[in-house]
Ligand binder design. Structure first.
Ligand code: NAD
Length: 429
């Protein structure tokens, strides 16, 4: 029996070259052209510095042993330790992690956080696994990563289908290996283990802080805008609730189960209560039912994709009926779609800015852990708001100065910073 089929189409060294990686690479190349980046630095920043694939066994509840594949990709080591989430999903691949790691580098550089980007994950279907199985898988994945992670080397965090629970297991596994508690090995932990209350809502709140800043500059009063949000998880739910609380109209919402719309504005707290009870938006009576992808095509002022990658594509870009797209998810807009939107005058606030609130508060958590000192919740939120507003100002000014999109402007600020660090460190030996 042949266990491994040889696939000649995968060129050695380019295993990360998936469609998502091509999107990240294309965005980088466009920015490198604008900056006239020299070919050596371009080559150093285009591909990930380190990629690790691990295949490891996990004992399932029925006694059988299953093999899982996990990844960790570190995009650049120029700026300090690397930082990035870990996700559990059936389609996790090295290429997906490589793209997301590159975006993390730009996000951290834009916010002036002393990190390079990383990303990891395990190919699995967590919803089909028991809690015990997810725990054993998490602990073994953490143990497999030990050669390349550490508080000074690479600090994981939650991403899709991972949260405080997984971070606690991850931190415990690492701590067991070294013999003492190391809270600073991951961020997004439960507060009692060195996490911070401010991390839970940070990404969603950050999305709203960036929206407030951008709309102020555009002269669009927030309360007069209609918002549609795809995704009602950690990011989409917090963003929708915060928008509702500040008096904006949320006219459509969707999650994987389905969606709902009301041009007069949805009752978001009632929807939250429904989702807590029923597990998803489907069946909520407070508006017109909507297909889960239809939310992207609802008439609104601001569309917030907060679910998955590659949701706005050349296939549906012409049907969007918004004035502004705010990328709360990572990589929700393909470059082809972005060009079509630009031609229609629809601007895109890019992911590296819009969803940077999560890594910003993760940074605060890490600093607190290594100093054994903590700030209060209010102070952290105020620091988050200041840091995102400062990044928005840089993006805005750069877009005007270079006459480029906000994405290219954001990447220009970030790439300039990382390229400078690479140049100053030089080439070893
Ligand atoms: P999550 O798993 O908590 O929530 C995802 C939501 O999307 C769920 O409501 C799910 O039902 C919904 N969804 C899934 N497939 C869908 C579909 N086909 N149509 C409509 N809805 C669908 O994940 P999250 O943490 O909220 O992350 C969402 C996005 O934000 C991801 O792209 C993630 O990488 C990005 N992000 C998250 C953070 C963070 O701190 N959690 C930080 C930065 C970026």
């Amino acid at each position: 029996m042949t266990l491994v089929e040889h696939d000649e189409s995968v060129r050695a060294g380019a295993e990360w070259a998936t469609s998502l990686y091509h999107i990240a690479a294309e965005q980088f190349e466009r920015t490198a052209d604008v900056l006239a980046l020299d070919p050596d630095t371009r080559a150093r920043l285009l591909e990930p510095r380190r990629t690790l694939t691990v295949n490891f066994p996990v004992r399932m509840d029925d006694g059988s042993v299953r093999s899982f594949t996990g990844y960790r990709v570190q995009h650049t080591l120029h700026m300090g330790p690397t930082k990035g989430g870990m996700r559990y999903a059936p389609a996790v691949s090295m290429g997906e992690c490589a793209a997301l790691a590159m975006w993390m580098t730009w996000k951290c550089a834009l916010l002036e956080l002393p990190y390079g980007g990383a990303k990891g994950g395990v190919r699995c279907s967590p919803k089909e696994m028991s809690v015990d199985e997810v725990e054993r898988m998490t602990r073994r994945y953490a143990a497999e990563l030990i050669p390349i992670i550490g508080p000074e080397r690479d600090i994981p965090a939650p991403d899709m289908a991972t949260g405080e629970r997984e971070m606690a297991w991850f931190m415990d596994t690492y701590s067991q290996q070294v013999g003492y508690a190391v809270p600073e090995i991951v961020t997004g932990k439960p507060p009692v283990l060195g996490g911070t209350e401010a991390r839970r809502p940070a990404t969603g709140l950050g999305v709203v802080y960036v929206i407030e800043g951008a709309l102020e500059r555009l002269g669009w009063p927030v309360r007069e805008q209609r918002f549609a949000v795809q995704g009602f998880g950690n990011v989409g739910r917090i963003a929708a609730r915060e928008l509702y609380d500040i008096g904006a109209r949320v006219v459509a919402l969707a999650d994987a189960s389905g969606g709902v719309s009301d041009p007069g504005g949805l009752d978001v707290p009632a929807l939250e209560a429904w989702v807590d009870e029923h597990g998803g938006i489907e069946g909520f009576g407070g508006g017109e039912p909507l297909g889960r992808s239809d939310v992207l095509e609802v008439e609104c002022d601001v569309l917030i994709p907060a679910a998955l990658e590659q949701q706005i594509t050349a296939d549906n870009a012409d049907r969007l009926r918004c004035r502004l797209v705010v990328e709360a998810a990572n990589g929700p807009t393909t470059p082809e779609a972005e060009a079509l939107l630009a031609a229609r005058g629809i601007r895109v606030l890019p992911d590296v800015l819009a969803n940077a609130g999560g890594v910003c508060v993760s940074y605060f958590e890490w600093v607190q852990d290594i100093q054994r000192y903590s700030w209060d919740h209010i102070e952290l939120q105020e620091r988050l708001r200041r840091q995102l507003r400062a990044a928005l100002a840089k993006v805005w000014d750069t877009a005007e100065r270079l006459d480029v999109s906000w994405r290219t402007a954001a990447l220009s600020v970030a790439v300039t910073r990382v390229a400078e660090a690479a140049r100053l460190r030089g080439v070893y030996p």
